[in-house]
Design a protein. Structure first.
Length: 163
């Protein structure tokens, strides 16, 4: 009977090894996906006050660009910078959020991008701004628009859509 008692112990050790192996494969895969998306997991895991990535959605309607903060930490609008590009070319005038009237944009952005907002962009909130005809390149059907959200010099979100 002593020979049979070692079989369960060997089985447990093998299951632990298989679990550890699968865990390292998943971790390596997550790191590869994050690197492909431009997210540095090692920097994010370090803690501190480093900004966390957020999930965004984008709606393009005429000259209006609407961003929705879908998930992630709330952001102080005063600390963020938006970089908008059309077909790979950055706009001549970037939106200086928060603002009410700014060169290259129609007055009255909505949501947290408006200077009258509460200054915090939280998950579930939408914010929009409209390009003026004095900004270039302009929005037109078939053009690709990309918006990158930067906090403290780090990209926390990026999205692309077609007009």
């Amino acid at each position: 009977m002593t020979a049979r008692a070692s079989a369960p112990a060997v089985g447990v050790v093998l299951l632990l090894l298989v679990g550890l192996g699968l865990g390292s494969v998943v971790a390596a895969g997550a790191d590869a996906v994050a690197a492909g998306a431009g997210v540095d997991l090692a920097a994010d895991a370090g803690g501190g006050d480093a900004p966390s990535p957020i999930a965004l959605s984008l709606r393009l309607d005429g000259d209006a660009i609407t961003l929705t903060h879908e998930a992630g930490a709330s952001l102080s609008v005063a600390d963020l910078r938006l970089v908008v590009a059309v077909d790979g070319r950055e706009l001549r005038h970037q939106p200086p959020v928060p603002f009410f009237a700014a060169r290259g944009f129609r007055a009255g952005p909505t949501g947290p991008f408006n200077v009258a907002g509460d200054g915090v962009w939280s998950a579930g909130e939408s914010a929009s701004f409209r390009l003026a005809s004095t900004n270039a390149p302009g929005l037109a059907p078939g053009r690709t628009v990309s918006v990158t959200v930067v906090v403290e010099g780090r990209t926390v979100g990026s999205i692309r859509g077609m007009v």
